[in-house]
Design a protein around this ligand. Sequence first.
Ligand code: AMP
Ligand code: GLY
Length: 426
Amino acid sequence: MKVLLVGSGGREHALAWKLAQSPLLTKLYAAPGNAGIAQHAECVAIPAHDIDGLLAFALREKIDLTLVGPEAPLVAGIWDKFHSQGLKVFGPTRDTALLEGSKAFSKEMMTKYGVPTAAYEVFTHVKEAKHYVIEAEMPAVIKADGLAAGKGVVICDSAEQAVATLGQMMEEKLFGEAGSKVVIEKKLEGEELSILVLTDGKKILPLASARDHKRVYDHDRGPNTGGMGAFSPSMKIPEQEIGAIIDIAVRPILEGMARDGRPYHGVLYAGIMMTKDGPFVLEYNCRFGDPETEVILPRLRSDLLPVLMQIAGGRLETETLEWHDKACLTVVMVSGGYPGTYEKGFPIRGLEAVKGQDDVAVFHAGTALNARQEVVTDGGRVLAVTAWGDTLKAAHDRVYQVISGIHFEGCFCRRDIGPKAMEVLR
Ligand code: AMP
Ligand code: GLY
């Protein structure tokens, strides 16, 4: 089976690593890929947003399955375009990818189908939005409606901060057109949880739960990022409860959309807050989570490729997935300055020493090869250093041991991925 993987991050490296283990795979291409993905795939220099370029390549190479990592091509309609040419894509249609592509649409769907979510208002006029936050209860959460690479959500503790945030999003266009509409919602308190399910629109196949860490600094301080570390299982929520959470947070939306003639297929990722009143959905994503994928896939014993293929073909046949009874943890090493501005092109030292170990995978998130064929930094999130073990503590200790041997100029990572969950278990 010939597969084209679209994307260039740690999530795509983890997907490439997993697909490369499938006996069904005959050839893996990645567009554009990165220095780590190149260990498992032939990288082709087509950017993830170039849907016409990807289509021409897939037709020429007779690709059996295209697996799309990032949200932007899905929201732009890659599924529909490929489908019209008889090509199979794992992912949702353009209409249903709007669950991630528009936060206002997503909230509307949650409300329509009875999924618990924070009370909210939508604004397209900055003046009205500012008036609203001056009166509103603080803290409040302001979200750019469109795609903003995980950075379009700001938790505001005061009306002044909220007014300034609205100015940045709606007037200064910090996130471009994505911020011309905003959702303002109530801040929820509780433990966060990421639930991902594979679905053909009818059947639901849950993936292992995971816990992401979005804030840049230890103890959840600083601005939101794309994700600084994760572990699976999510620890604080027993695995037996995940089914009940899916029934509240995922099933109604999938059933409702199918009933209304626009079934959602692919992977649906629900970002959940476990409040004292039960699970509330913070957001839906129409793709695999990053860095959740880096901790979920090493735990997956089953072959992923047939499942993706079945869903892309319109019918999910697989009944259950097999999992390793291990805990997995990842810590993201980022460039100094991330999630703000940062420099690229610094050589990464220490990668050779961890190759070939059977309890570690260093997934490349933002790397490239320079003219001297050295692996260099090429993004904000650079490496997702991942390990697995019998306990979360074992995985944690191994990850930080590996990190101590890897270096690039300005590198930074959170030091607190895991311990809080372990304390609770003690
Ligand atoms: P989102 O992109 O909507 O998942 O938001 C990114 C992050 O912002 C989430 O993972 C939460 O940490 C935080 N967040 C979003 N909405 C809320 C909310 N209503 N209450 C508290 N935190 C939130
Ligand atoms: N881990 C957050 C995301 O993938 O959106």
